[in-house]
Design a protein around this ligand. Sequence first.
Ligand code: BG6
Length: 296
Amino acid sequence: IITKGINGLEKLILREIHGSSVEVYLYGAHVTSWKNEQGEELLFVSSKAIFTPPKPIRGGIPICFPQFSNLGSAEAHGFARNRVWTIDADPPPFPPTVADGVFVDLLLKPTDEDFKIWPHSFEYRLRVTLGPGGDLMLTSRIRNTNNDGKPFTFTFAYHTYFSVSDISEVRVEGLETLDYLDNLKNRERYTEQGDAITFESEVDKIYLSTPTKVAILDHEKKRTFVVRKDGLPDAVVWNPWDKKAKAMADFGDDEYKHMLCVEAAAIEKPVTLKPGEEWKVRQELSAVPSSYCSGQ
Ligand code: BG6
């Protein structure tokens, strides 16, 4: 279904027979809602989010492309999250297919204006799939369509904002003992010590060479989010905490307590594509009831 969302921006709704659903805005190909069979929202979107281009939407799943962060020549986190994508009514047959759930393909190609920011021609196909069990899969295919023979290089992230009941009761498993770059310390490299990761202050880390599966355990909600990723070696963990929350116009002062970003990404080793080459990666999210209890 295509319908009008906030500020008249077009959005698509995917529904699955057991009751789960996903909403995607054409603006940014931005997933803004993912609900389970009970109708509970699983993603965080700020109550102060600004749904007005060119401001990216605060929450959901922004796509960071062709650049993660503001270290390169393109805009902070790239421009894909603040362009209007188109729907491909006749998507090519590659998995995930209809057998894997209900899906939609969105396309982004650069305009002449985009070319001034990042002088490369590309086709980005994002397939958003809602599986029969309510899992949310995002498959990205990015192709270099330069006709000048030039390769291009980019970094990337699915900047997923998970909704959590209380950040101080949340732990992340799968990243312990790994190396990370600390964005709060000029991207210096450190090694994570000890047990699963918990939160008591601002965090902005890029974990490197991470396993394909990372889990976010929400003790209070008795829910575990499982992030499975393919072709995305890095995982960013971000929570702005109180001071930064206050400094962000599109984020409520106390909302940091109810969100956590865990972002499947390719940052440390940028990706290079020659003309005609395609990069294909995937993130799959599931939300399952958990029996985890604090202290056990
Ligand atoms: C995270 C970055 O991924 O995104 C943080 O690691 C950044 O450094 C955050 O502050 C939010 O970025 P933005 O551009 O959406 O405000």
